[in-house]
Design a protein around this ligand. Structure first.
Ligand SMILES: O=c1ccn([C@@H]2O[C@H](COP(=O)(O)OP(=O)(O)O[C@H]3O[C@H](CO)[C@@H](O)[C@H](O)[C@H]3O)[C@@H](O)[C@H]2O)c(=O)[nH]1
Ligand SMILES: [Mn+2]
Length: 732
């Protein structure tokens, strides 16, 4: 790899991928193939092809889109860069001038985001290898739950043992749940004694929290142990309650120390005010409240945001991030540093393609090469000032000093009262919050749109993907959760495309064209549903009716089709192997690729269109972080969980059955009636055959399986009826 940044003085180094040239030649040849396909379609239309106009225009439209979209995706593979940090230089130069870091953890529902998981994440970020007096951790609880508060109180006590223990023995990872799940008892006698003691403390705490959750009741006398519980005495609910801010550990207080006498990081619980008639703007609303209260309490210059399941897997991450943000020459250009997200719960062959490895290992490096990866919500270090709306200017660096402690009221009660007043429902009325200040409102992907608007204010961002993953969370574990999550993402991304933040229009002149293209890859996920829907129904139906839609195998025009299909498939599997995916995982990814386009993206597209006309509102369906035993067992065995019945599942089933019927019908014509149609319908056999192969688990779930993850009988009946109906439509 080629170095493109000075390395002797800087705190980081950038390298560009050199193999790029070979790739560019290959991409050029594919592009030629696509052009020839388009030419073929045009000549067919001009010559007045044999099949109906509607069919011809349909395939041509789909192919125009696929070609155009393929062209966009090239931007993400054109210019990948890779970053390397020098943390020792950072310590040497800045150890006593390190900035304050405020970590924001968001949770929203204790029934699907268990408090014991949430506090493990909290403890992992409290134990960063970073001066504790400069570290503050804030938990936003949109569930407004006393169980989450109780768990955090437990965590604040356990932290006194956990943090010094982690630091003394240099443990990784520092989420107690993740650590004890994988660690084996050490041999060393001194270590072992302490290890057993801390493990016992952890397990007892975990049991207390889980028992309270299970019984739906807090331990007796707990109310006497902290004044905070008084907030719940009036019988508040998750959707209707006053603002709650409780400082559980005040880092400025010299008496809040761990068992070794070192200062503890500040720890704050916040549940912003919620009222039924007031919109709360989901995670973006929570983040903005956190920005405000933290500015009163610790005012860290750097803000790290993680989801409640995304624990820190590397205690040095803050230092890595600072190598970029504090670099003397380049640092002032960067608004944020985004780390990749990894998942603890991916099965061997990644049955729901949740790891999204090609995005993480390839595309995001490509975006970085064009000056800015997306902000993807979790695992991102921001500058407070930028998040609060600052525009980029070359002179900015010189105007700010690195450490500027805030003057803070010392009386905690007064401070908490002040913070509460900042998190009421009405605080943001007639202000720029949610618009030019803080995270943006009104979009289900608040992260992506906020990152884009920061970029359009002149800032760059960094993608840092070191060998040891920094953040590890939980990926969806059923098909319906996967589809719902992708619906939320593709709906939000396409909404950005339709809004004034359209990367091409809003980004024009502000960000590089390559980056505009890269953003559009994600922003245009939703409309990809339409051509995919066309391609997975019409060629099959035409096959059944013996109508050829593609050139005959013997025709010269067959070559570009074959070339594009074969080479892009070979490339795709090669890339998958290169980034360490198994062949099965690659095949699973293809299935999910298809399912996302036919279900998530299609519904996202429809919802966005309805939103434009004004009949639909933004929603945010939270991904569950727990599974019932039955579902877990299937997940571990990599058996797809299809149920329950839903319109998304119905679409997938109809298309699956339709292709099966058409393939059987087509084969029957060929074999029984000896029609010489193979060569003129060859590509349709291929498409239909592939879709059928992809759907083998779907047929199994319809006709063979008896477990709870099968496809409901009602869905099967409806799909078969609809598929039969479709087969009856005359296409001639
Ligand atoms: O009203 C809400 C809804 C969600 N959340 C939190 O937002 C986070 C993300 O929710 P999750 O259901 O886990 O969604 P994911 O799809 O896994 O999240 C990704 O996509 C989201 C945008 O769609 C971003 O907000 C996330 O940061 C990003 O990790 C979780 O910590 C939730 O507790 C809130 O705080 N308030
Ligand atoms: Mn999540």
């Amino acid at each position: 790899m080629e170095k493109i940044c000075r390395d002797d003085e800087g705190l980081f180094e950038t390298r560009r991928w050199k193999g790029g040239r070979v790739y560019k030649v290959f991409a050029g040849s594919v592009f030629l193939g696509i052009l020839m396909i388009w030419v073929y379609r045009l000549t067919m239309i001009l010559r007045g092809s044999s099949c109906s106009w509607a069919l011809m225009f349909g395939v041509f439209g789909a192919e125009l889109w696929f070609g155009f979209y393929w062209f966009l995706t090239q931007a993400s593979r054109w210019n990948p860069v890779f970053r390397y940090t020098f943390k020792d230089k950072l310590s040497l130069r800045y150890e006593d001038k390190l900035p304050g870091v405020d970590v924001f953890v968001c949770t929203a529902d204790p029934s699907i985001e268990p408090p014991s998981m949430v506090i493990s994440t909290v403890l992992s970020v409290m134990s960063y290898d970073y001066p504790t007096e400069k570290l503050s951790v804030y938990l936003s609880d949109d569930g407004g739950s006393q169980f989450t508060f109780y768990a955090l109180l437990e965590a604040s006590r356990f932290a006194k043992y956990w943090i010094p223990f982690c630091k003394k023995f240099r443990l990784e990872p520092r989420s107690p749940a993740a650590y004890f799940a994988q660690a084996i008892e050490p041999n060393d006698a001194a270590f072992s004694a302490e290890w057993i003691a801390v493990k016992k403390l952890y397990e007892e705490m975990d049991n207390r929290i889980n028992a309270a959750m299970k019984e739906g009741k807090l331990p007796q006398n707990i109310h006497e142990q902290h004044k905070g519980f008084a907030e719940w005495e009036t019988g508040i609910t998750a959707k209707d309650h006053q603002a709650i801010v409780q400082i559980l550990i005040d880092g400025k207080d010299e008496t809040s120390v761990d068992i070794e006498g070192s200062v503890l990081p500040t720890l704050v619980y916040m549940a912003r005010e919620k009222r039924p008639h007031r919109h709360h703007n989901f995670k973006a609303g929570a983040m903005n409240s956190l920005i405000r209260i933290s500015s009163e309490i610790s005012n860290g210059e750097i803000i790290l945001n993680v989801d409640c399941d995304m624990y820190s897997n590397n205690s040095e991450t803050i230092r890595d991030a600072l190598c970029f943000l504090m670099d003397e020459e380049k640092g002032h250009e960067y608004a944020y540093v985004q780390f990749p997200q990894d998942y603890d719960n991916i099965t061997k062959n990644d049955i729901y393609a949740a790891s999204m490895k090609s995005i993480r290992e390839i595309e995001f490096h490509g975006l970085d090469g064009f000056g800015g990866i997306l902000y993807i919500g979790s695992g991102c270090f921001h500058r407070r000032e930028v998040l609060s709306g600052r525009h980029y200017s070359k002179h900015w660096k010189k105007n700010t000093k690195i450490d500027k402690p805030i003057q803070r009221v010392t009386n905690l009660e007064t401070l908490e009262a002040k913070c509460k007043s900042l998190t009421t429902c009405s605080f943001e009325d007639n202000t720029g919050w949610g618009n030019e200040i803080g995270l943006k409102y009104g979009c289900p992907v608040e992260d992506v749109i906020t990152g884009l608007s920061i970029k359009c204010r002149g800032w760059k961002s960094i993608y840092f993907n070191p060998p040891r993953t920094d953040f590890v969370g939980l990926a969806p574990m059923t098909l319906s959760q996967t589809l719902v999550q992708h619906k939320r993402w593709s709906e939000g991304d396409f909404q950005i495309f339709l809004s004034k933040y359209n990367p091409f229009l809003f980004g024009h002149g502000k960000i590089k064209f390559g980056l505009q293209m890269c953003y559009s890859i994600y922003c245009l996920w939703a409309p990809c549903s339409l051509p995919t829907l066309y391609y997975s129904t019409i060629p099959a139906l035409a096959l059944l009716n013996s109508i050829p839609l593609f050139p005959d195998m013997k025709s010269i025009w067959f070559i570009p089709f074959a070339y594009v299909i074969v080479t892009t498939s070979v490339y795709s599997i090669t890339e998958a192997m290169w980034i360490g995916q198994s062949r099965k995982a690659w095949w699973n990814e293809i299935r999910i690729w298809l399912y996302k386009r036919l279900a998530s993206y299609l519904f996202a597209f429809l919802d966005d269109v309805l939103k434009v006309i004004g009949v639909n509102k933004t929603s945010f369906i939270i991904t569950s972080k727990i599974l019932d035993e039955d579902v877990s067992r299937r997940y571990a065995k990599e058996i797809i969980d299809f149920g329950p019945a839903s319109s998304m599942l119905t679409i997938l089933s109809v298309i699956g059955i339709l292709n099966l019927f058409c393939l059987v019908g087509g084969l029957k014509k060929m074999l029984v009636f000896h029609e010489g149609i193979v060569s003129s319908l060859f590509l349709q056999f291929v498409i239909c055959g592939l879709i059928t192969m992809i759907n083998l688990p779907l047929y199994q779930a319809m006709f063979l399986r008896r477990d709870g993850g099968r496809i409901p009988v009602s869905t099967t009946v409806i799909s078969i009826s609809l598929a039969l109906l479709a087969c009856l439509i005359p296409l001639h």
